[in-house]
Design a protein around this ligand. Structure first.
Ligand SMILES: [Zn+2]
Length: 431
């Protein structure tokens, strides 16, 4: 139960925001994919205006833009990069998105908790070992019938509270800050309608990372291989030395993909091949295979391997025609960050060090809004928001983690004000 005991403002915000159902919908073709996302966007814009950010506005797509002016002397402020802070309002489709009834389990004791709305949903250290690192925390979960939506309402709440806190500390140095709330991140469209020019930032962070003390700025290098096998279809009873069965030839190729390099057999820094889809008849068979690797050499090796498998199949089945088309999808965001402003990473580490937090790099085994923004020229690492077990009814965050994320973000913003106008390594843009 949410008791009426005193809660930090960031937590009060969080509890209010998670109650608003903002689930996105990957089958929708509208922007945003669901109108309900605007319910939260509208509220956030309103609250920002209420706090004093007069230009806060939601656009027609549900994106919110606002400016938090710098407190630096004018000259210094212009020499300091404009910093954008982003979070997404939508929640994932994997589980019911509402109505969310948040629960606070004060002074968590490390045992399994059966959630009241569906006691079969156990928030259990046996399943989520990180819970044991949060004994004594005030745990926040849903009632078990929905997801919690900490992904990414924790980010929304932290940014909103940061704005309020910074406005109350006018003597604390801060760079020019742009606030942006996005939609449809969960369906991979979070930056589709984002107006980069309107955002007008030079460096950015998404506050959407799971855990505490984590920073993500490395993603896969990604490509997709399409293989098309054209066979020869004749009556199967009279097919000897004539038929070329596209389906079995393609199945043979797929069966030779290394089983130890599949999504289900790899983790951390290991790349993979993933047969994404398959269709076939005797005369024509097609597949698409995802290729993923953290290094560009590794990705090249995977492309090469696909070509080799196709060539071997050509030799074995000369009557069939086998075509391979490889398309690059995205690059490791680290390469874009290094090319634009690597201080987004080094400052994130330095600010943590000032606070005595050890940053753990979390590799992103997929694309993110930040990776797409980085590719578009806005270097955007992802900062932790305290949440765990995203996209599930087991999802949780804690009062203390929300506060930690807020405190860290404040320090990070301040760090940019104090160091952002120094030419960092590769960050001056002069070379
Ligand atoms: Zn997220």
């Amino acid at each position: 139960m949410v008791e009426s005991r005193h809660l930090p403002k960031v937590v009060e915000r969080f509890l209010r925001y998670v109650r608003i159902d903002t689930q996105s919908d990957r089958d929708s073709t509208s922007h945003p994919s669901t109108e309900r996302q605007k319910d939260l966007s509208r509220l956030l814009a309103e609250e920002l205006r209420g706090l004093g950010l007069a230009d806060a506005e939601m656009d027609g797509y549900g994106y919110v833009y606002a400016t938090l002016p710098s407190t630096l002397p004018k000259e210094e402020a212009t020499a300091t990069p404009v910093l954008a802070l982003l979070a997404h309002v939508d929640t994932a489709q994997d589980e019911p998105g509402g109505p969310v009834e948040p629960q606070i389990h004060f002074a968590y004791d490390g045992s399994a908790i059966a959630l009241p709305g569906d006691p079969s949903v156990l928030v259990d250290p046996a399943r989520s070992a990180a819970l044991l690192e949060h004994v004594g925390h005030d745990l926040i979960t849903s009632d078990g019938t929905t997801l919690l939506g900490s992904d990414d309402k924790a980010g929304c709440a932290v940014i909103m509270q940061l704005v309020e806190d910074l406005l109350a500390k006018p003597s604390m140095p801060r760079p020019p800050v742009r606030i942006c709330f996005t939609v449809d991140e969960e369906i991979g469209c979070g930056v589709d309608k984002l107006d980069l020019e309107r955002l007008g930032a030079e460096v950015a962070y998404t506050i959407d990372g799971s855990g505490t003390g984590t920073l993500s700025y490395e993603t896969f290098n990604a490509a997709q291989a399409a293989i098309e096998v054209s066979g020869i279809n004749v009556h199967p009873g009279y097919a000897k030395d004539v038929m070329a069965n596209a389906t079995t030839i393609l199945a043979g190729i797929l069966s030779r993909l290394p089983a130890a390099e599949a999504p289900e057999t790899t983790e951390n820094r290991e790349g993979y091949y993933c047969a994404l889809e398959l269709s076939g008849s005797i005369s024509l068979a097609r597949t698409k295979i995802l290729l993923r690797d953290f290094t560009s050499e590794g990705l090249e090796r995977r492309k090469q391997r696909i070509e080799e498998l196709a060539e071997e199949a050509r030799q074995a089945h000369p009557r069939a025609t086998i075509e391979v088309e490889v398309t690059d999808q995205y690059k490791n965001m680290k390469s874009y960050i290094e090319a634009t402003d690597p201080r987004t990473v080094s400052f994130a580490f330095a600010a943590a060090e000032e606070m005595g937090i050890e940053i753990e790099t979390e590799l992103v085994r997929g694309g993110t809004d930040g990776s797409r923004l980085s590719e578009m020229g806005l270097p955007t690492p992802n900062v932790f928001n305290g949440g765990y077990d995203y996209h599930s009814r087991f999802e949780w965050n804690t009062v203390q983690n929300l506060e930690a994320s807020l405190a860290y973000l404040e320090r990070l913003v301040r760090y940019w004000a104090e160091h952002g106008n120094e030419a960092g390594p590769g960050g001056s843009g002069d070379d």
